[in-house]
Design a protein around this ligand. Structure first.
Ligand SMILES: *[C@@H]1O[C@H](CO)[C@@H](O)[C@H](O)[C@H]1NC(C)=O
Ligand SMILES: *[C@@H]1O[C@H](CO)[C@@H](O)[C@H](O)[C@H]1NC(C)=O
Ligand SMILES: *[C@@H]1O[C@H](CO)[C@@H](O)[C@H](O)[C@H]1NC(C)=O
Ligand SMILES: *[C@@H]1O[C@H](CO)[C@@H](O)[C@H](O)[C@H]1NC(C)=O
Ligand SMILES: *[C@@H]1O[C@H](CO)[C@@H](O)[C@H](O)[C@H]1NC(C)=O
Ligand SMILES: *[C@@H]1O[C@H](CO)[C@@H](O)[C@H](O)[C@H]1NC(C)=O
Length: 463
């Protein structure tokens, strides 16, 4: 009896501990409602950074697409990049979406020794990649933020020509935390600033994620499995600026930037300018980011005062493309006078201001900056491209144009085989019958590929 009692006691303690542990882990890490991770072209599931990627082996038959294994034996190459699915015909992946809202769609491409890859990719209504060859060397992931209320994310691949093929190594479709994107931002114009609304439903492509003054942050280290890269390549320097690193705790506050908006690893490093010898330096810290012309961009600047000794001494100006975007920014005021508390501001720049092919961000002392203090700080930068008026992220071509240049072959083949059938009925010449029948067979053979195609052309036009 005593033994039994003790067992129960132990069991209860363990389950209590367990439930505490579970509550804590649920409270501290984000768990998305929709969470699809696909290892394309692999026959087995794989695990990358503790994340489980499911094989797509049951989605495609061997006839419709080819799977390839990389001979690249690079020991650090994550498992998902060692296999690819190749499409010689158009093909699609469909994901059912349970939670209405913004979804992060990440496409992973690692070209092996392909020379014939050239393809277009669409995600729902958006043309995301055009004539893409996958030849990005380092960054193997393209990320898009897309509002979904249709209940589906459909990712389509179109080889650009008969002789070309499409490929993909991995796909992620994940619901974003509710507070990742707020609807309002500040438009920076040459003659001032204006309010910009409608960010939540605006599709965006992540172009840069920069950990200012810090190290690379990998999906393993990030709260939303993102990559953040160091700023050294983009920092144009300024006399007397320095990198700072903070060992204390980042104080996330309710209503402020959450840990999902930016992880500790981004907020605990920065670059700063400070006054020296009691003189406020008259310098800007400037970063420059190459971008393509003809799009609007969202520029998110992350701030966290990890450098000031006392609160309420830090004031500075923010410039975007040389225009004053925020005068006398007072982070202390924005964070309820808590040091080391994160905060971010979203700016939007318009096509016409990005016509130099560069976005520049400068931080410099303002007229309120004080001596013997930090006079400018920046912890992180994110730059996101918005789709153009045709719904494209990659040139002036609409999804409809891409779809119409790649006719639905199953539909066409059905039509053609009906024509052939009628020809056979009407024809009295056996020779002609044979030729038509052969032609019909040719079309039918195309339709026998089992790559999931649109069996409903109406959907193809709508989606
Ligand atoms: C790529 O590498 C594989 C495996 O070594 C080889 O079979 C294939 O022919 C190569 N393709 C090209 C285009 O070089
Ligand atoms: C892809 O490139 C070819 C030429 O290389 C061009 O003719 C074609 O229009 C391009 N396709 C799209 C959708 O832009
Ligand atoms: C800036 O100029 C544009 C066009 O000249 C005008 O529409 C806009 O209202 C101006 N904005 C501000 C903040 O003055
Ligand atoms: C995670 O972050 C820590 C601290 O910045 C770093 O030392 C470590 O190398 C990172 N690990 C990975 C896998 O990126
Ligand atoms: C910082 O850059 C802005 C925008 O280019 C400029 O107006 C300002 O004068 C610069 N400040 C200093 C101290 O150079
Ligand atoms: C993005 O595409 C949508 C739908 O195609 C369109 O309504 C919206 O205006 C586009 N955004 C921009 C900034 O042009």
């Amino acid at each position: 009896m005593a033994i039994l009692y003790r067992t129960i006691a132990v069991f209860t303690t363990i389950s209590l501990l367990l439930s505490t542990f579970l509550t804590v882990s649920v409270a501290t890490s984000f768990s998305p409602t929709d969470n699809y991770l696909v290892d394309c072209g692999s026959v087995v599931d794989s695990t990358v950074n503790n994340r489980h990627f499911t094989s797509d082996r049951n989605l495609f038959s061997s006839e419709g697409s080819i799977t390839l294994k990389s001979v690249d034996q690079a020991p650090n190459l994550p498992q998902i990049y060692k296999t690819a699915r190749i499409f010689t015909e158009k093909a699609k992946y469909e994901f059912n979406i349970v939670e209405k809202g913004i979804h992060m769609v990440r496409l992973h491409f690692h070209r092996f020794n392909f020379t014939d890859a050239e393809f277009h990719v669409t995600v729902n209504d958006y043309g995301v990649l055009r004539n893409f060859t996958g030849d990005d060397d380092e960054s193997r992931v393209r990320e898009f933020l897309i509002w979904v209320d249709l209940g589906k994310v459909v990712i389509r691949f179109f080889p650009s020509r008969e002789s070309k093929f499409a490929f993909v190594n991995g796909i992620e479709v994940i619901s974003a935390p509710k507070d990742l994107i707020e609807d309002d931002a500040t438009s920076v114009l040459t003659n001032g600033t204006e309010r910009f609304s409608g960010l939540v439903k605006q599709a965006m492509e992540v172009v840069y994620r920069i950990n200012v003054g810090g190290k690379k942050v990998t999906p393993f280290n990030d709260t939303l499995w993102r990559n953040w890269i160091p700023d050294d390549e983009y920092f144009k320097g300024s006399d007397g600026s320095e990198k700072v690193y903070f060992l204390g705790r980042i104080k996330y506050r309710r209503g402020g930037a959450s840990r999902e908006v930016g992880p500790d690893n981004v907020y605990n490093t920065a670059r700063v300018v400070r006054s020296e010898n009691g003189v406020v330096p008259r310098v800007n810290m400037t970063w420059e980011f190459p971008v393509s012309d003809g799009y609007k961009y969202l520029i998110r600047l992350h701030f966290c005062d990890i450098a000031s000794v006392s609160i309420g001494m830090l004031y500075f100006n923010v410039y975007v493309n040389g225009n004053l975007a925020y005068e006398d920014l007072d982070i202390a005021d924005a964070t309820d006078y808590v040091l080391a508390s994160p905060y971010y501001i979203d700016f939007v720049v318009d096509d016409e201001f990005s016509s130099l092919g560069l976005i520049s961000v400068s931080i410099g002392p303002s007229s309120k900056s004080v001596e013997h203090a930090v006079d400018g700080i920046l912890n992180g930068v994110e730059i996101m491209k918005m789709n153009n008026t045709l719904g494209s992220f990659d040139g002036f071509v609409s999804t409809e144009m891409i779809l119409s240049r790649c006719p639905n072959r199953r539909y066409v083949s059905l039509f053609m085989s009906m024509v052939a059938f009628m020809c056979i009925l009407m024809s009295v010449w056996i020779v002609i019958q044979r030729r038509k029948a052969k032609k019909g067979f040719g079309w039918l053979r195309l339709s026998s590929d089992n790559v999931p195609e649109d069996n409903n052309p109406k959907t193809a036009n709508r989606v």
